[in-house]
Every structure is written in C-alpha cells, then in structure tokens.
Design a binder for this molecule. Structure first.
Ligand code: CMC
Length: 428
C-alpha cells in the first residue's frame, strides 16, 4: 500500500493512503493526534473526507454524478423518483416485486396522525414551510416513539423509512394548503408518489383533479436530480446528528434545517427573488453581474458556483432541458426564463466567473420549473428537501450500518488564555 510521509521537525510519520473505487485519494489521519499530538485544520472541510461512502460518486472537474454507479443522466431519463429512492437507500435497482412492495409500503403510510393536523393551527399564517417541515418531521418521532431505538432492526428501520418518505410529502403539501387557507386534501392511494403530491397540493374538493402526466414526469425528474449529493452541508448534518444515535426523524429534521440556508437549498428561492428584482429594475442583467463581482457588496449571484463542481453541474444541464420542454408543452411563457438565460450568458462570458469556475448550479433553473408547475416560491426548498430525503436516509443508514463513531471534530482554540474572575463591583 502507498504511504504518505509527514515530516514534523525531525520526526517522520508514515500515513496510509486510501484509494476509492474511482481513484480518489486520501491520506488517513485517523490516528494523527494520538501519534503526533497534532490535528489538521480545515475550516469548511474543503480538503477533508468525513467518511467512506458507496452511495454517490461525483467528479466536480468533469461534471460527473452517479448514484450507486448509475449516471444521473440515465436515471433522470428512465427512472421514477421512488425507484431511485430504493436504489440509493438499498444499493441496487429494485426488481419489479421489490419496487412494488416499496411503492405500496410508501402509499400505505401517506396519512399522518389526525392529531398532527392540529399543529398546523398553531403556526402563524406566514410560517415558512421549511420551518413547518422540520418541526413536523421532528414531531413524527413523538407519534412513533417505538421507532427511536430501532436503528439496527432492519424491519423497523424499513418501516421508518417508508413512513418518512410517505408522510413528508403529505406534511409538505398540507403546509402549503394551510398557508393559502385551503382545506387540506387527503392522499389518494390510486396515485403514484408524484401524482399524489400534486393532488394534495392543487386539487379542490369541489372538482375532479386532472393529473397532468407531463408535470408528473418533470416532477419525477427534478426529485431524482436532488436525491443525493454525497457529503454536502445538510447530508453531513444528518450523519453528524445521527452519529449520536438520535432517531432517524431527529437526524432528518436537522438535515431539513441545514438545507434551508440560502447558500445551500435555500438558493432556489433566492434565484427567483433575484430574477424578479432584475425584471422590476428593467431587465438589466449586467448590473446584477457587476454587483455580484463587487467585493464591497456581500451579494452573490444566486444559483451560481458550487463547492465541488468546477466545470458544470450536470443536474443544471438536465433541469434546463426539462424546464424548456415543460414550458413549451404547457404553453407557459415565463419572462423570468429569458432573464435567467441572459444572466447565464453574461456571467459565463465574464472573466470573474470564468476564472473562479463559477457555473449555474442545480438551483439556477429549478425555480423556473417549479413555477411552471404552479409551486409557489416559498415551497421551492421544501421540494429540494423531498427530493433529498432518500439521500439523507441512505447516508444515515450507511453511517449506522458501518457503526461509525460519534462525529466530534476538534478545534484550534484562539481565545483568551487563563485569567482570574473579577467580581462585578471591581470591573471598570
Ligand atoms: N457570485 C459571485 N461570486 C461568487 C459566487 C457567486 N454565486 N460563488 C462564489 N463566488 C466567488 C467568491 O466570492 C470567491 O471569490 P474570491 O476567490 O475572489 O474570494 C470564489 O468565488 C470562491 O467562492 P467560495 O465562497 O470560496 O466557494 P465555496 O465553495 O465556499 O462556496 C457556494 C460555494 C455554493 C456556497 C458559493 O458558490 C455560493 O455562495 N453560491 C451562491 C449560492 C448558491 O447558489 N448555492 C446553491 C449551491 S448548489 C445547491 C446545493 O447543493 O446546495
């Protein structure tokens, strides 16, 4: 095995090199502190691998993304969200029987406890649906207390997984209904996962709801694109929270909170706000690009840049194509799409963005697609969360199955050194 050499003063330490199946390389520093007294320092974990994972591979330089080895382009083209969810969580594409059982299991758990409905009455009218989603998922643990310590009983884990995937969609759709003052729509077992979600969001009790297969397909695609993305901020949060052996509900609820921020999943909402601002100011995209380049302003071009992708985000390419197709099929003419395209063109030809390898990411065009479906801006990050759920679950499961230790990073302390307490009357 190759070894790395670390020279500190006149001491040389040998460290193992770890090689991934796609040739990725890491230096194993697990015993570094014990052996040398040193820790490594890497704020934001830019060069730190937190785990060995068999779920998702991505190559940011080449714009490659694969779930369990399958290219994202093939899955987006041919698969359904639940099939991909099964693949990500259990490691293999399901057989027809496995998929049927998995789908039925989810369909049969879409109802949420009637008492949970009362919670919706307590949220303020303008409650952000991400806050509702996080707290309701956390509240699920109080309704299914037996699930708490079932982490290593495969049957119980499977049941919790089905409950989570099924009930999160209901919770999300109902948070929208409540925010609009509409009566909630109960799930219908005759629908597929995506059709059921659309039904719970948009159906009216007064008339029959026509499920549009084009919209169902687009929704499947966008959820597939979000389904996992290896050790991003929210996924790392799920793994870290779960590493304390907190319940799966608690770990997922933490992930929802982490996803909410504008630098992560919250960017999709910010992109639309930004495009609307450009529209209101007369459509001058160059002004926004200049503002994003100005180091005196803390404004960033939302939906641009990525910690890992330094060439292009393969998900953005697919979403752009699907949005174009959906808009033309639905006959929607969204002026924000034109603004987005001009903004992309100006930014991609600007040396600031070229030099820093900043490209449109998954969030740049996803809002356009959601708008065409009729999903309101505040719900965009919730859609991202529904899509990411299988990834969070798979990553939690992998972490528990591998019996990973509790996550507990160290730090370099830079505060005051020891000093004596001064009584309040003696302070200046
Ligand atoms: N607009 C303007 N400048 C940017 C942008 C942007 N969107 N993104 C990065 N930069 C600049 C940044 O100022 C820095 O410049 P300099 O080297 O002169 O200091 C350089 O590019 C590197 O940026 P960084 O902040 O060190 O990169 P990071 O890897 O820490 O951040 C990011 C990645 C996604 C947080 C960042 O690109 C960003 O804030 N983008 C906008 C928010 C966004 O779209 N987030 C969604 C990410 S994709 C969905 C998801 O998986 O969450």
């Amino acid at each position: 095995m190759d070894r790395a050499k670390l020279i500190i003063g006149n001491q040389t330490h040998e460290l193992d090199i770890i090689k991934g199946t796609e040739g990725e390389l890491a230096i194993d520093i697990t015993n570094l502190r014990n052996d040398t007294g040193y820790i490594t320092s890497d704020t934001g974990y830019k060069s730190t691998g937190a785990t060995r994972s068999a779920i998702t591979f991505l190559d940011g330089e080449k714009g490659v993304l694969r779930y369990r080895g399958y290219p994202i382009e093939q899955l987006a083209e041919n698969s359904t969200f639940l099939e991909v969810a099964y693949l990500i969580i259990y490691g293999e594409l399901p057989s027809p029987v496995e998929l049927e059982n998995f789908t039925n299991g989810i369909t049969r758990h879409t109802l949420i406890h009637e008492d949970m409905k009362k919670f919706y009455e307590g949220y303020p009218e303008k409650a952000h649906p991400m806050g509702v989603l996080a707290s309701m998922i956390s509240a699920l643990s109080t309704f299914y207390p037996d699930d708490h310590n079932t982490n290593l009983d495969p049957e119980k884990v499977d049941l919790t997984i089905r409950r989570l995937i099924a009930k999160s969609a209901t919770i999300a759709a109902w948070s929208y209904r409540k925010s609009q003052g509409f009566p909630i729509m109960y799930p219908q077992n005759r629908y597929s996962y995506c059709a059921n979600f659309l039904h719970m969001m948009f159906a009216l009790p007064t008339e029959e709801y026509d499920v549009n297969p084009t919209v169902v397909r687009a929704l499947n695609t966008i959820l597939i694109l979000h389904a996992d993305h290896e050790q991003n901020c929210s996924t790392s949060t799920v793994r870290i929270a779960g590493s304390s052996h907190a319940s799966l509900y608690a770990a997922i609820s933490s992930g929802v909170c982490a996803l909410w921020g504008p630098l992560h999943g919250g960017a999709n909402q910010e992109v639309i706000d930004m495009l609307k601002k450009i529209q209101a100011q007369g459509g001058d995209v160059k002004k926004m690009v200049e503002k994003a380049k100005d180091k005196d302003s803390d404004f960033r071009l939302m939906g641009f840049g990525h910690r890992v992708y330094k060439n292009f985000d393969p998900r953005a390419k697919i979403i752009k194509k699907v949005s174009d197709e959906l808009l033309s099929e639905l006959g929607v003419d969204d002026p924000l799409l034109d603004i987005a395209k001009s903004l992309e063109e100006v930014a991609l030809n600007d040396s600031y963005f070229i030099d820093r390898k900043l490209y449109p990411n998954v969030d740049f065009y996803s809002g356009i697609l959601y708008r065409a479906i009729g999903i309101p801006t505040e719900m965009f990050t919730v859609m991202f969360a529904l899509g990411r759920l299988p990834g969070w679950i798979a990553q939690w499961k992998e972490m528990r199955d591998n019996n990973e230790p509790i996550s507990r990073p160290r730090q370099i302390y830079i505060g005051e050194t020891k000093r004596d307490y001064v009584k309040i009357g003696d302070r200046g």
